[in-house]
Design a protein around this ligand. Structure first.
Ligand code: ZN
Length: 345
């Protein structure tokens, strides 16, 4: 089949590749429809690896996928040929201790699309366990379906925060993950979200999505604005979604006493936290690694219209133009947020 293959750092080709796609009894075969380009895909392309995950042999990129079921295994119930679906890209060993605890995202044996050496979904078709394949209703497009993966990260973060109705949240970073985290926080009951970034175009986009107040860190002080907006008390929750070490170290300042910090971003250097400042506020610190048990909720929120991801999809390329799509995503204009690849199905 045809696939977008990362041959090695900086070398991408759209070519034929042989992948074993035997359909098991609990699997479905899916013709890919839309795949979003994630920051991690771009990192593998530009840097050849992320931390310990290094691309050593040609690997198909992509993990934010939606498509159409074309074949179902003999034991599959609830999915049929022609169903439009999105797929959870991480497959754990369901018998593992982590899976039995409901923490299947933390199973050391998890295989995750486009994490070396596992091939991703930027190819004509994939075989996937039905248990990790989710049907999309009529009113949710394949493009929206491909947004479920990043949205799941935001929903997992919002779940970890244990939001109470009317909470004020700060989200640091207005990239795709920061923006879906802000939307998830509002859907989870936050009364208002203050979102912070240095790119004005991203802030403008986020500000148009609901009760979201933009703060440009290049011109304003996030902690000062947050204190002003909360009568000097601070935000109930601070989500760190920038992945910037200096920004991550600064999450304590805008937090209220007894508040919660959720670390979503993955800085590529160590973050020097002020333990005394954290202790003085008895801050609760939560972390997330991808997500677990939130795909159904993400689809539900898109179906009901409670979350609208339409404005987040700023650019769409055809599958034939996949290499160009990656060149674009590696050096995007400030107005670009989510770049998707459409297979035209
Ligand atoms: Zn992603």
């Amino acid at each position: 089949m045809k696939a977008l293959v990362l041959e090695r750092q900086r070398v991408l080709t759209l070519r034929e590749i042989e992948i074993d796609e035997t359909l098991g009894p609990s699997d479905v075969r899916i013709a890919m429809g839309v795949v979003g380009i994630c920051g991690s895909d771009v990192h593998y392309y530009t840097d050849g690896g992320i931390g310990p995950f290094v691309v050593r042999e040609p690997m198909v990129l992509g993990h934010e996928g939606a498509g159409i079921v074309v074949e179902v295994g003999g034991q599959v119930e609830g999915l049929g040929v022609g169903d439009r679906v999105c797929m959870e890209p991480g497959i754990p060993d369901m018998d593992s201790r982590a899976s039995r605890l409901g923490l299947y995202n933390l199973d050391p044996a998890v295989t995750f699309w486009a994490t070396p050496p596992v091939h991703g979904c930027l190819r004509e078709s994939v075989v996937h366990p039905a248990a990790f394949t989710y049907r999309l209703p009529e009113n949710v497009s394949l493009a929206w379906g491909a947004m479920v993966e990043p949205l799941a990260v935001g929903l997992h973060a919002a779940t970890k925060a244990r939001i109470r109705p009317g909470d004020v949240a700060v989200v640091v970073g207005a990239g795709t993950i920061g923006t879906v985290t802000a939307l998830s926080a509002l859907a989870g009951g936050c009364g208002r979200v203050i979102i912070c970034d240095v790119v004005q175009e991203r802030l403008d986009l986020a500000a148009g999505l609901g009760a979201i107040t933009p703060v440009n860190a290049g011109k304003e002080n996030l902690a000062e604005v947050t204190m002003e907006m909360t009568a000097g008390w601070g935000a109930d929750i601070v989500f760190e979604a920038s992945g910037n070490a200096a920004a991550a170290a600064a999450v304590v300042e805008p937090l209220r006493p007894g508040g919660c910090i959720v670390l979503v971003g993955m800085p590529n250097e160590k973050v020097p936290f002020d333990v005394v400042a954290l202790a003085a506020k008895e801050a609760r610190i939560e972390t997330v690694f991808r997500y677990a048990n939130v795909y159904d909720r993400a689809v539900e929120l898109l179906t009901s219209g409670r979350i609208d991801v339409g404005k987040l999809i700023t650019d769409t390329f055809s599958f034939e133009k996949s290499v160009e799509a990656f060149e674009y995503a590696a050096a995007p204009p400030a107005t670009s947020l989510k770049v998707q690849i459409d297979f035209g199905s």
